[in-house]
Design a protein around this ligand. Structure first.
Ligand code: AMP
Length: 464
């Protein structure tokens, strides 16, 4: 086929049973904005009163929710239920064509769908559908599910979903809206998160990629949608059913290391993921103790790991870099040159903290190493004496095919260089990665299965 599907590293949100669902969705999406900044969208459906047919309204835009939506737009998106989506993609540009939620007409009525993840067998499924005459409008693999939907002859929406998804391999965490229901569906391996919340005074249920979306709207975190489970929310409340048998659990470990917000409950044992990240930091020190004067994070994503390293080593933590918050994420800049400039725009060493000191810089991961190379050069310029680097995950060697956007394999520095070579490339005095076992033994993580493909290349969910 030649064409590569867009990797949808995204966030989804859904709410049922409030008078201003678009406003709730806007706020929820705002709190999961880190999951995607390219496009965003909200779809609402109005209450299906007996005399009316129910109506869908939609608005999509390029950029972040704060810039795309305003009061006037949100007011027009009236209804009783809504779903929303934030999307980030390195491929296919930021075309609005690929923005979600997508609305389609099916035998069982109009539905809107928003997806986080990437189907491991999208190539085969797409080829088969094209051979049978399907025409694709987007390059997103979500459309595959919609084609499968339209081909199903099932009588109920639940059966329709079963028919559409029974051949689709993970990963997917999906929210859907019909005229009457909000539906959540999570793949049988539980790769991407999807959680349930409840707003007590409104008696309204909420679904989201991360629980941090609930905090901003006063919803209580109830728990996760289980692997292979479908959750149907309507005027009668919430129903849960195991639509597919859970398979070998393949929760994305990178959600725990980097992607999810630290204040979210993600794949952890009833604690926010920041607690587990501190444990990652403690463990690197236990594995590779280094003598130093100060531990400094690369803010924001490695703050917890750096704190953990500091607690374990009893070496003080301090703000060796001050982050400028008025630029986007460095990694997200599309070209190498822009990314390099981005690092300097984003971080500035704090001279009084690093001058003449032996520092341990803690970061959550090294992808191409462009960030650390620049930061170490800056630290040396600002007088740091010895610079040790501790990374709170193992060497990142394989590009994710289940929905985390990273560079092609060839661009991942750990794929082509040894740890010693990477240390030399970034000009550090020492470089230590957390071991895979040390990472998986983290006592705060859920038991029973994580996908570690990006570190070991073990393709448990086979690509087709
Ligand atoms: P690099 O400079 O290419 O080595 O990127 C490393 C930095 O990017 C780390 O500080 C991470 O916090 C961040 N990072 C890691 N993975 C991703 C990703 N998939 N998307 C965006 N940023 C990432």
């Amino acid at each position: 086929m030649g064409e590569k599907a867009i990797k949808d590293k995204c966030g989804v949100f859904g709410i049922f049973g409030v008078d201003n669902p678009a406003e709730y969705t806007y706020l929820g999406l705002h709190n999961i904005q880190h999951r995607g900044q390219e496009t965003c969208g909200i779809v609402t459906s109005s209450e299906e009163k007996k005399e009316s047919k129910g109506k869908f309204k939609q608005y999509h835009g390029k950029g972040i929710v704060n810039d795309v939506f305003n009061e006037k737009i949100l007011e027009k998106l009236n209804g009783r239920a809504a779903i929303g989506h934030v999307r980030y993609s390195t491929r296919g540009g930021s075309s609005l064509n690929n923005a979600q939620p997508i609305i389609v007409s099916t035998k069982n009525g109009v539905i809107a769908i928003a997806h986080n993840g990437q189907f491991a067998n999208y190539k085969r499924l797409k080829r088969e559908l094209i051979e049978k005459g399907s025409i694709f409008k987007t390059t997103s693999d979500t459309e595959i599910a919609l084609h499968k939907f339209s081909k199903s002859n099932a009588d109920s929406i639940k059966e329709n979903i079963y028919e559409a998804f029974k051949d689709i391999k993970p990963s997917y965490s999906i929210v859907m809206l019909t005229k009457k229901e909000l539906i959540g569906l999570r793949d049988s391996s539980g790769v991407r998160p999807l959680v349930i919340g409840y707003i007590e005074d409104k008696d309204a249920y909420v679904l989201a990629s991360e629980s941090v979306a609930f905090d901003i709207i006063g919803a209580k975190y109830i728990g996760e949608v289980k692997s292979g489970e479908i959750v149907i929310i309507d005027d009668n409340g919430l129903r849960r059913e195991q639509l597919f048998n859970p398979g070998k659990q393949q929760r994305c470990i990178f959600e725990c290391i980097y992607f999810s917000r630290p204040d979210s409950f993600v794949f952890s044992k009833d604690i926010t993921i920041s607690v587990a990240r501190k444990e990652f930091g403690r463990q690197i020190y236990r594995e590779c103790p280094v003598d130093a004067d100060v531990i400094i994070p690369v803010p924001d994503s490695s703050i917890d790991a750096a704190l953990g390293y500091s607690y374990e080593s009893k070496i003080p933590f301090d703000w060796g870099f001050v982050r400028n918050h008025y630029i986007g994420r460095t990694f997200i800049q599309p070209t190498q040159t822009k990314r390099d400039v981005g690092v300097i725009k984003k971080f500035n060493p704090n001279k009084s903290i690093v001058d003449g000191k032996r520092v341990v810089v803690v970061d959550d991961s090294i992808v191409r190493a462009s960030t650390l190379k620049k930061l170490i050069k800056l630290l040396r310029k600002f007088g740091a004496k010895d610079i040790h680097v501790a990374i709170s995950c193992p060497p990142y060697k394989y590009s994710c095919y289940l929905g985390i956007d990273t560079s092609e394999k060839e661009k991942l520095i750990a794929n082509e260089k040894s740890i010693e070579e990477i240390k030399n490339f970034i000009d550090a005095d020492s470089l230590h990665y957390l071991s895979k076992q040390g990472m998986l033994d983290n006592k705060y993580l859920r038991e029973g299965g994580f996908c570690t493909y990006c570190f070991d290349g073990e393709e448990v969910i086979k690509r087709e």
